[in-house]
Design a protein around this ligand. Structure first.
Ligand code: GLN
Ligand code: ZN
Length: 766
């Protein structure tokens, strides 16, 4: 019998139970016992649903209060000094303070850094390492959860991030040093952990080393071999799991490690399965990640069986079946999604449905295709229906446009454009602006929800949004900002807002995926050809512009960001889908221009995170991503100013691509890093205008004028002051009005001082 196992189940709960329990605990409304109870109940349910779906080996350790990489750091006793931990078991408050800088008990403190897990939208807490780092077993949570599952009668397989992936992702705040120097001490404690699991009667442990799909320096490759020798634990089998891409130059290395089994991602690296097979020794298990853990389409089970059947013949029991990676990255269950178009719904598989698919595959392999005939037939029909659906075929009557037939080049070069823009926009030096959103009050959220659920009529809803826009415009005028925004009151989310209006997209009711900690996102489903049935932002923008003499900036989410933050169709290249989105957005841009909007911002918050994991693939991605942006933007006249915004600062290595987007103005995040990013501009002369964010909007603190002036002066040393803008580093929707007004008053003041103006005494900044 082949083993069916799972690499991890979504921990947040089908109804985001974990989110609500965490947040009420953090607010002090519920106690630790309630939190523990919720966690235990979720683990029980999740094991149950997996067992019910025929999973033979249940993952333990995939549950986490915040993040599994943080769980491992804490288990290894890697707690930075500022958290005041003095040995022993790391307590819950220390854990939450590491994750978010705050806990119900203990002083607020700078949280550990958080960043994206490989090419997913899941964020992990970065392990913080010191040159003299010591390790000790400082949490028993994994042992406890193993016992918990065993007591429920389950056959378990603990899962852990691997020591090398954990170390690779770790960072030092203080010094640069070779992290591999810590490896020996790390392995000693990691080994203790494995022994502890073995003593509990565990037979298999899954160790995740997705770092193996990255470009690794030779010393790191060598470290794998030695480490896994050191980790051999009598009586315990290690399944080494890799996913998110092909192993390429690390394939032989992975196959030669002294482990009992290897898991490969057969969705993203199907052609490596054969090659791995030839390299594995005759006692090793090959776990094939055959069902896509990164997307939500039903699997083509016939195709899967084509790959699996010969493997099954050769390997017999040594063939294991699994999703390609943890199911953390997909929503929990399709049941309850009854507002989706039934046709689209029939093409989908969320976590629970993916387990069903694995069960069918296992049955077909073991009892023969006839035994699973009905299920296979229904899967076949769904796949064919999707392929032949009118929804996924190019819209009739729409000529297939190509990049060649739609220009991606602005009419003139930046200097001419800048002159034309100055004539229409008439902005002062060091112009001030914001990134788009203003505070989303409880009232506006309620109005949106009530309208969506039919409890508020259209006219009342419009009036509510318009009142909010008026407030935003009046406030910006009073503050003396130069380029205004309408404030995005009508948007619940910068992706879902467009996803729910563009043809080719669907939005789910409950398709939540954990982004970080208690934060979840609901990515739209991009299932078909994208087009724009009608204008999406025009009315609100036009209304805002009608209220003021000052220019109002139109606000769109860019094609690459819409793509990267959605579940995207897998039946055509992503590049092609992205260009379709770009074409639809281009019409919106042209409509805004025709309505007299002189500046349009196209947000590309997610451009960088779409970078492929291997550097060799960067070029191709950046080429089409930049083309898509340009396709969106390039239809406008010289006088129309195109902005873009990116909320990150690591783009030293993609600077040329950023410049190639050819936006007239780019606003970026720099405040948190104290303008470190500007180093990049020292070496690369960015040709157009830049607004390096002068204050961190993630903090409720009101930035002082002097502080922002300091940052701007620093920026002016590397960026031509004539091309420098003054703005916060992201949208303001998570903040409250009073702090926003105070902060922007100070920011406008900083710009005025730079211009050499004396503060007018009537200004709100005075
Ligand atoms: N325009 C968006 C806003 O202001 C941009 C958000 C983002 O970059 N994440 O909210
Ligand atoms: Zn941003």
């Amino acid at each position: 019998m082949s083993t069916l196992h799972n690499l991890g189940f979504p921990r947040i709960g089908a109804h985001r139970e974990l989110k609500f329990a965490l947040e009420s605990y953090w607010r002090g409304e519920t106690d630790a016992a309630h939190l523990e109870q919720t966690g235990r109940e979720l683990r029980r349910q999740h094991w149950q649903v997996q067992a019910d779906h025929g999973v033979d080996l249940l993952p333990v350790g995939d549950f986490s209060w915040y993040d599994t990489l943080l769980d491992l750091s804490v288990t290894l006793g890697v707690v930075p000094e500022r958290f005041g931990w003095s040995g022993g078991e790391v307590d819950r408050d220390t854990y939450f303070r590491m994750a978010r800088g705050r806990a119900p008990h203990g002083e607020p403190v700078a949280a550990c850094e958080m960043t994206k897990w490989f090419d997913t939208n899941y964020h992990y807490i970065v392990p913080e390492l010191e040159p003299q780092q010591t390790f000790s077993l400082a949490s028993k949570h994994l042992f406890e959860q193993v016992r918990e599952a065993q007591q429920l009668g389950y056959n378990v397989k603990p899962t852990l991030p691997g020591p090398l992936t954990w170390l690779w992702l770790g960072k030092s705040r203080s010094a640069e040093f070779d992290k591999l120097e810590l490896l020996e001490a790390l392995l000693a404690v990691y080994g203790e952990l494995l022994q502890g699991l073995q003593a509990q009667g565990v037979e298999w442990v899954q160790i995740d080393e997705p770092a193996l799909v990255l470009d690794l320096p030779p010393a790191w490759k060598q470290a794998f071999e030695a480490s896994y020798h050191a980790l051999r634990t009598p009586g315990l089998n290690i399944l080494l799991a890799t996913y998110f891409g092909p192993l390429q130059d690390n394939l032989s290395l992975a196959c030669e490690l002294p482990v009992a089994g290897l898991h490969l991602d057969a969705v993203r690296a199907a052609d490596e399965i054969e090659r791995a097979l030839d390299r594995l020794s005759p006692y090793q298990v090959l776990s094939v990640g055959i069902v896509d853990g990164r997307n939500i389409w039903r699997s083509d089970l016939d195709k899967a069986l084509e790959l699996l059947s010969p493997l099954h013949e050769r390997l017999g029991e040594r063939l294991w079946l699994a999703p390609s990676c943890s199911l953390l990255h997909v929503p929990v269950d399709l049941a309850g999604e009854n507002s989706l178009d039934p046709e689209v719904r029939s093409w989908l598989a969320f976590a629970v449905q993916k387990l069903e698919e694995l069960g069918i595959l296992k049955q077909a392999l073991e009892a023969g295709a006839e035994a699973a005939a009905a299920d296979l037939q229904s899967a076949r029909r769904a796949i064919a229906a999707r392929r032949n659906s009118a929804l996924t075929r190019p819209l009739a009557g729409q000529p297939e446009q190509t990049l060649e037939t739609t220009p991606t080049q602005r009419t003139s070069a930046y200097p001419q454009r800048a002159a034309a823009q100055q004539r229409t926009l008439n902005l002062p030096p060091f112009p001030t602006t914001t990134i788009g959103s203003f505070p989303q009050t409880a009232q506006i959220r309620r109005a949106r929800r009530d309208y969506k659920q039919g409890r508020l009529d259209e006219a009342t809803y419009r009036a509510t949004v318009e009142a909010e826009i008026r407030k935003a415009i009046r406030t910006q005028e009073a503050l003396g900002l130069d380029l205004l925004v309408h404030g995005e009151a009508e948007r619940n989310d910068m992706v879902e807002y467009f996803g729910s209006q563009l043809a080719g997209f669907a939005v789910t009711r409950n398709g939540w995926v954990q982004s970080y900690g208690s934060r979840c996102v609901k990515p739209p489903l991009l299932y078909g050809d994208v087009s724009r049935p009608q204008a999406m932002t025009l009315e609100w923008t036009r209304y805002a512009q009608s209220l003021t003499e000052k220019p109002v900036k139109g606000m769109l989410t860019g094609p690459v960001t819409l793509l990267n933050w959605s579940f995207v169709r897998d039946d055509q290249p992503r590049s092609q889908t992205c260009l379709q989105i770009a074409r639809a957005l281009r019409q919106e841009v042209l409509d805004l221009e025709a309505a007299g909007i002189g500046a349009i911002q196209i947000d590309e918050a997610a451009l960088r995170e779409g970078l492929p994991l291997r550097r060799a693939d960067w070029r191709a991605y950046l080429d089409w991503a930049v083309s898509a942006f340009r396709l969106t933007a390039a239809g406008v006249a010289d006088r129309t100013q195109i902005h873009t915004h990116m909320c990150y600062s690591e783009f030293n290595d993609i600077m040329e691509a950023i410049a190639a987007m050819d936006a007239d103005v780019i606003t970026i995040e720099t405040a948190r890093s104290n303008m470190e990013l500007l180093e990049a501009f020292r070496h690369f002369a960015y040709p157009n205008e830049i607004g390096p964010g002068v204050y961190d909007i993630h903090s409720p603190n009101v930035p002082q004028t002097e502080q922002m002036l300091g940052l701007l002066r620093k920026a002016a040393q590397v960026i031509d002051p004539q091309r420098l803008w003054v703005n916060p580093d992201c949208g303001l929707k998570t903040r409250a009005w009073p702090e926003v007004e105070a902060a922007l008053a100070n920011m406008v003041q900083a710009a005025r001082q730079l211009r050499g103006e004396r503060p007018p005494s009537a200004s709100p900044a005075a």
